[in-house]
Design a protein around this ligand. Structure first.
Ligand code: PRP
Ligand code: URA
Length: 209
């Protein structure tokens, strides 16, 4: 699928196998979400713009390049997206952080937005949205729309597991947004859960069920 980048790497497959396992503890689940998020973010930064800098090594002055970390903002979708934050912050420590609060209505499966707070200069930044699960795609579509309504021009969406149905909808609705995911799973079940998936990411991160 155009604009969808799936990390096809043995380390991700290995970590996902532990993450998906229903016997995995809350502690280990949290650690893995953060670690996988770090790898997905690393991949998503492959096209980061570099600027020239001069530094001095212990040996000599040296012209090299650095990323301008002040150009980025992470926006986790609450609750589960918060689980990815520690990992991605290790990749871009100076990024600012916004929050979108969203839950899926249990009957309609439609997202309900309950919180939205982003840095003042958000429209000047590249925004990287975080949510471990992209299922129907409803939450992703609404979060992207909220950010576009604030004038944001460049958006990437990072997730850990995505369903083909949701990817199709999000890429049709927002063809300018690149989606980076650890793995594209098989399909959604009748309750709109990803199969095989990992269950409810928020509940597993916070131990709420
Ligand atoms: C989960 C997940 C996404 C959403 C994905 O959140 O973290 O935000 O569902 O589903 P969609 O693609 O069909 O919209 P949930 O509603 O369970 O809220 P939570 O993170 O607070 O647990
Ligand atoms: N949200 C989750 O946490 N898991 C799914 O499989 C679908 C939506």
């Amino acid at each position: 699928m155009k604009n969808v980048i799936e990390l096809n790497h043995p380390l991700i497959t290995h970590k996902l196998a532990i993450l998906r396992d229903k016997k995995t503890s809350t502690k280990e689940f949290r650690e893995l979400v953060s670690e996988i998020a770090m790898f997905v973010c690393y991949e998503a930064m492959h096209d980061a713009k570099l600027e020239s800098v001069e530094i001095e090594t212990p040996i000599k002055k040296f012209k090299t390049k650095k990323i301008d970390q002040d150009k980025y903002a992470f926006v986790p979708i609450l609750r589960a997206g918060m689980g990815m934050l520690d990992g991605v912050i290790t990749v871009i420590p100076n990024a600012k952080i916004g929050h979108v609060g969203m839950y899926r209505d249990e009957k309609t499966f439609k997202p309900v937005n309950y919180f939205f707070k982003v840095p003042k200069d958000i429209e000047k930044r590249e925004v990287i949205i975080l949510d471990p699960m992209l299922a129907t795609g409803g939450s992703a579509i609404d979060a992207i729309e909220l950010l576009k309504s604030k004038g944001v021009k460049k958006i990437k969406f990072l997730c850990i597991i995505a369903a083909p149905e949701g990817l199709k909808l999000v890429t049709e609705k927002h063809p300018d947004v690149k989606i980076y995911c650890g793995c594209i799973d098989k399909h959604l079940n009748k309750d709109k859960y990803i199969v095989p998936g990992l269950g409810d990411a928020g509940d597993r991160i916070y131990g709420t069920k």
